[in-house]
Design a protein around this ligand. Structure first.
Ligand SMILES: [Zn+2]
Length: 166
């Protein structure tokens, strides 16, 4: 749960780690910590306790709810297939969807549509896929280090300079 008043300072810190593209369909790239799985991590300290690392994608979804909690079964799904994107797509948004909340079933449907799993051959799986996802996340963070650089972002999204099968 992210309350816009109670967690205002936390939200400002979260926002300061995001570089948003100027284009209508551009992603918002997370430039903070990236987990071993290639997904954003955001550290918070709540109620005077220990600092805990939250999943940045879930945090972004919760923040967009203005204090309404994210349900445990709700998953953070990416229509843009970019794990470090924290741009939340609102219900009713048209065009490329970014981060949306959905069930495991929605996740399977999105994967099937984008060709990841869902009956098709999974090209990248296991440790190799995770390492590659993390490398791409780090490359994207580097690409926007000095602000949005459309060309650098496009190159980073493609992955390594060698031809790949994204
Ligand atoms: Zn995106």
């Amino acid at each position: 749960m992210v309350n816009p008043v109670i967690h205002a300072a936390e939200l400002r810190r979260f926002e300061s780690d995001i570089v948003r593209g100027p284009g209508a369909e551009d992603c918002a790239i997370w430039t903070g910590a990236i987990g071993g799985d290639g997904y954003p991590r955001f550290g918070v300290r709540r109620g005077g306790g220990e600092r805990i690392m939250l999943r940045g994608n879930r945090y972004a979804l919760a923040a967009a709810r203005q204090g309404q909690p994210l349900e445990p079964w709700e998953r953070a799904l990416h229509g843009c297939d970019n794990p470090v994107c924290v741009r939340v797509s609102a219900p009713g948004d048209v065009g490329l969807l970014h981060l949306v909340a959905g069930s495991q079933r929605d996740n399977m449907e999105m994967m099937a549509r984008s060709g990841r799993g869902g009956g098709r051959t999974v090209v990248r799986r296991g440790d190799h896929g995770v390492a590659e996802r993390r490398a791409r996340a780090v490359a994207l963070r580097e690409a926007v280090r000095h602000g949005w650089d459309a060309e650098a972002v496009a190159v980073a999204l493609l992955g390594s300079p060698e031809p790949t099968l994204w």
